[in-house]
Ligand binder design. Structure first.
Ligand SMILES: Nc1ncnc2c1ncn2[C@@H]1O[C@H](COP(=O)(O)OP(=O)(O)OP(=O)(O)O)[C@@H](O)[C@H]1O
Ligand SMILES: [Mg+2]
Length: 183
């Protein structure tokens, strides 16, 4: 019997004991070449740390100055000419009008290459393409966060591999090993 696995989902569990651990993780993730064209969903309750992770990631990628939460604008674009990288940070919390998907050019953004990061993807379900990687963040204490990373595509798997080979490996808790045949 042949079982074809089209989109093997690979899951890792991490614990960030404090925000500096979140920052170190973001710095490692920033070094992953697969970020160049990736769509990452950030899930979790209010205050889980979605924007905080994105802030540390954008700073690690070279964004200078303040990283605004795009709650009202829905999207904040960033251009990083030195890396030849475009990044879009979405927060769909207030997304309610499906016409906005076309009118605000979101469809075009998701058709472009670059890094797309989306908080509250649940609110735009049905519009968004399949995410390469999903972060599910949970506040355990005031400062610690339990995080589940699910790769849904080969790009997501490459990102998981990049963060697994990093010096932050000791933070991994209950990680499932990647199969040896991983690209
Ligand atoms: N380990 C940690 N990682 C991330 N954030 C942390 C951590 N410890 C404490 N925090 C704090 O938790 C808060 C997270 O707020 P943040 O705005 O990032 O949440 P959010 O998930 O984006 O919420 P919202 O759904 O409202 O957009 C920040 O004040 C941050 O400083
Ligand atoms: Mg937020």
């Amino acid at each position: 019997m042949v079982i074809e696995v089209v989109h093997p989902s690979i899951v890792k569990s991490l614990l960030w004991p404090d925000e500096s651990a979140t920052q170190r993780f973001a710095q490692t993730l920033a070094g992953a070449s697969a970020l160049r064209n990736a769509f990452i969903e950030l899930r979790g309750e209010l205050g889980a740390g979605k924007t905080t992770l994105v802030r540390h990631l954008l700073h690690a990628l070279g964004v200078a100055g303040r990283v605004k939460s795009p709650t009202y604008a829905v999207v904040e674009p960033y251009e990083l000419p030195e890396r030849q990288l475009n990044v879009w940070h979405f927060d769909f919390y207030r997304f309610s009008d499906p016409r906005e998907w076309e009118d605000a050019g979101f469809r075009d953004i998701f058709a472009s290459s670059g890094l797309k990061l989306a908080e509250w993807p649940e609110k735009a379900a049905g519009f968004l393409p399949r995410a390469d990687l999903i972060f599910a963040l949970n506040a355990v204490t005031e400062t610690s966060r339990q995080v589940t990373l699910s790769a849904q595509t080969t790009v997501g798997q490459a990102l998981l591999l990049a963060v697994s080979e990093s010096p932050s490996e000791p933070l991994l808790q209950g990680a499932h090993d990647l199969p040896e045949a991983m690209p």
